[in-house]
Design a protein around this ligand. Structure first.
Ligand SMILES: Nc1ncnc2c1ncn2[C@@H]1O[C@H](C[S@+](CC[C@H]([NH3+])C(=O)[O-])CC(=O)[O-])[C@@H](O)[C@H]1O
Length: 330
């Protein structure tokens, strides 16, 4: 069997990291995560990435910048070809990227989230990092740009897998070798892994029907003493305040628990984290999440009450997000 390059790199990275218990699950996890029967558009995404032109070795890669950029000498027709292939992977939600002169203006200014998170992190240099629900991989590249030794994104969306592979094609081997994407969910991480120095879970907790179980899974993936970085939707209130919305919250299905930041600190302590702290809390602005040429569907402005932007369409408090840092005891 001939393995595609992206799979081979993933296997090799797991071997190099000594992740041998997980390695044996990879063939089944990759087959399931990229199952053409389940995801009808998958062959189109795969083809779009395969058709990206081979790129010259000479390139300038800036991973540690708000717009993740790869500067290359491309002809105007190559640039147009890249733009139309990258558009086939739309909607692009997490970014921004500038790849070979093509600016991908994503729905989210993910750089703003990174600016809120980054100053509070234990330095990422030489760390092994897991980004749970990492979307297109934008934040993972920022983590690699901050010097992490090994960054693994897990996200069950095959579209985001192919967006990641498209960006990886531009980033190239020299800067790309430390960052990987496995198309699975947190529930597919082997139990009691105890491996990662830093685990990020950003924008995922409110999608989990059992939030304490999610926190326990994150803790189990961390090495003793490792750092959890948790970002999620919160509401205002005391340590007993939690909102469980109805079928939809800001038009999103599958939204479960929105605690106050005090309540979430309490949950983190109850499941055994230490050094729990809130490092940022702020409402999400209409400039941070909006429709663009690369995400043409409705966005936050359409999901708020047109007469009162402090409320969602359903009458709940408008999105407000907080960042938490905590440690697994050593
Ligand atoms: N079971 C699961 N396990 C892991 N990931 C999941 C699961 N279910 C859904 N996801 C993934 O979790 C991500 C949530 S977005 C956050 C992106 C980034 N982190 C950000 O902070 O901008 C939400 C937001 O827009 O904030 C999506 O990419 C899902 O595919």
């Amino acid at each position: 069997m001939v393995l595609p390059d992206d799979h081979r790199r993933l296997y090799q990275a797991f071997l190099d990291q000594g992740l041998t218990t997980w390695l044996k699950d990879l063939p089944e996890q990759l087959a399931r995560g990229l199952d053409r029967q389940r995801y009808g558009d998958l062959p189109m995404w795969e083809k779009a990435v395969a058709k990206l032109p081979p790129l010259p070795e000479a390139r300038t890669v800036e991973l540690d910048a708000d717009t993740l950029s790869v500067t290359l000498d491309l002809s105007a027709s190559q640039r147009r070809q890249c733009e139309s292939l990258l558009k086939k992977l739309a909607p692009w939600r997490k970014g921004p990227f500038e790849l070979g002169g093509v600016f991908i203006d994503t729905e989210w200014r993910s750089d703003w989230k990174w600016q809120r998170v980054a100053p509070h992190l234990a330095p990422l240099a030489y760390r092994k990092v897991l980004d749970v629900g990492g979307g297109s991989g934008y934040h993972a590249w920022r983590m690699a740009g901050a010097g992490a030794a090994f960054v693994l994104v897990i996200d069950p969306s095959p579209r985001f897998y192919w967006q990641f592979q498209a960006v990886r094609h531009f980033v190239g081997n020299a800067d790309g070798e430390r960052t990987h994407f496995l198309p699975v969910g947190i529930e597919d991480v082997p139990e009691n892994l105890g491996f990662f120095d830093t685990v990020f879970s950003m924008g995922v907790l409110y999608h989990r029907p059992s939030p304490l179980e999610h926190l326990l899974q994150l803790k189990a993936a961390l090495t003793p003493g490792g750092e959890l970085v948790l970002e999620t939707l919160v509401v205002e209130g005391d340590e007993h305040t939690v909102l469980l919305p109805g079928e939809r919250y800001a038009a999103m299905p599958n939204v479960y628990f929105l605690p106050s930041s005090k309540a979430l600190c309490h949950w983190l302590e109850r499941v055994g984290f230490i050094n729990v702290r809130v490092v940022d809390e702020a409402p999400t602005t209409l400039d941070e999440q909006r429709s663009t040429e690369w995400m043409t569907f409705q966005s936050l402005a359409d999901f708020l009450d047109p007469n009162d932007s402090s409320r969602t369409l359903e009458g709940y408090p408008a999105p407000r997000r907080a960042v938490f840092i905590a440690n697994r005891p050593g």
